[in-house]
Design a protein around this ligand. Structure first.
Ligand code: THG
Length: 367
């Protein structure tokens, strides 16, 4: 038994005690916080998500707030997707790149007002990045982390659960739009979003002292629909083709390699970080691409390195970046990031710890 020393470098989620109470058995580091990644029964967690409803502590998706006269301009500089058509009350999935055109995050951007935005971030320090770019460009904008912690409610009955708490109006919320809401004096924004393809909402808790209260309200309201705890599901998200920044990307990955083409607008203004390089990369074409793989057998055990080699005729052609047993396909599936010389229908081998497992490349998403 190893204990994690509590300290100022590791922030505790407002839902932490509730997730422990609900039986969390494993946590994973993310944005200098811990995310519950298992409640001890992966099969049940997958089933709840795909046939009932599941509640997740995703407060590790920390918010970076931009506020002030130049907030909209800075939000655009940091996003390689055009956000000029984003309405107040709307969210957008916006890849972020560095000056090399390398993907450094894939946040959800929420436009709260004409001069107020949140980036809801994946695992990388965007607070520091936004402050650096804002200062270098001499912009008039405040950049800070607000007291906001998302909790996801995902699954085919998520809408029933959320409507039973907040009212039927939530059923009218459009995909990625959000609105203010309150229950038991707990302030929040409710968005129709979440890291699954099972449908659902994210409740952006706006008072960190009320995390356990909110968790328990959702837990109780969800009983008729069989709610239980879960987390961004490692298999459902692969079946659904959702990218994991940092999990499926490395320090060289650009958005075109990982199927984010439709979130890159090459005609945004030249000031957008990385856009000029992306235009060039787009014109030249990429050397690698992301595909699915269906294996003939289970993948070998994880070992210490995370990515598996993808081999063809004894040569390494790329990596399998993540994988797992798919209940829907009843096969072991995964994402590969491989040379463009190989494409859908080709057979390859996935290697690790000396063993080679044959597999076939396929299009994404799986389901
Ligand atoms: N919710 C919130 N913040 C987040 C995530 C989230 N921050 C980190 C991480 N997840 C960012 N990554 C993603 C990846 C995919 C999606 C959202 C966040 C997603 N994609 C849809 C798709 O690919 O089909 C829709 C995108 C679109 O077309 O607009 O939902 O989950 N708050």
């Amino acid at each position: 038994m190893v204990e994690i020393g509590s300290n100022t470098r590791l922030r505790v989620s407002p839902f932490y005690e509730a997730t422990i109470q609900d039986g969390a058995t494993a946590f994973s580091p993310y944005n200098s916080m811990l995310m519950p990644v298992s409640y001890g029964d992966p099969t049940a967690e997958y089933k709840r998500l795909t046939s009932q409803v599941s509640q997740w502590d995703v407060s590790v998706q920390r918010q970076v707030e931009l506020r002030g006269p130049d907030a909209a301009y800075l939000a655009q500089l940091l996003s390689v997707r055009d956000i000029s058509n984003c309405f107040i009350g709307q969210g957008k999935y916006v890849p972020m790149c560095d000056h090399r055109g390398v993907l450094i995050n894939d946040p959800v951007l929420l436009k709260l007002d004409k001069d107020k935005f949140w980036f809801s971030i994946a695992d990388n320090n965007i607070l520091m990045w936004a402050r650096a770019i804002g200062a270098e460009r001499g912009l008039d904008v405040e950049i800070f982390e607000p007291d906001v912690s998302p909790m996801a409610v995902q699954g085919p009955h998520a809408e029933d659960v959320v409507a039973s708490i907040f009212g039927d109006w939530v059923r009218e919320l459009k995909f990625f739009w959000f609105a203010d809401a309150q229950v038991s004096d707990i302030p929040m924004k409710i968005a129709r979003s979440g890291y699954s393809k099972q449908g659902g909402f994210e409740l952006y808790l706006m008072d960190g002292s009320r995390g356990v209260d909110l968790w328990n309200i959702v837990r109780e309201a969800g009983q008729p629909w069989g709610i239980g705890p879960g987390n961004p599901n490692p298999v459902e998200r692969i079946e659904s083709g959702l990218l994991s920044y940092g999990g499926d990307t490395d320090d060289m990955t650009n958005p075109f390699e990982v199927r984010l083409d439709r979130y890159v607008d090459l005609d945004v203004c030249d000031d957008v970080v990385g856009i000029k390089v992306l235009r060039q990369i787009h014109a030249d074409g990429v050397a690698r691409h992301q595909l699915g793989v269906i294996l003939d057998d289970s993948a070998p055990g994880p070992g210490h390195a995370v990515w598996y080699d993808v081999m063809s005729a004894g040569k390494k052609i790329g990596s399998m970046t993540n994988g797992g047993w798919s209940p829907k396909l009843e096969r072991f599936i995964g994402f590969v990031l491989i040379s463009r010389d190989f494409s859908i229908g080709d057979t390859i081998d996935v290697g690790k710890n000396g063993s080679l497992i044959p597999g076939t490349l396929c299009d994404l998403p799986f389901v």
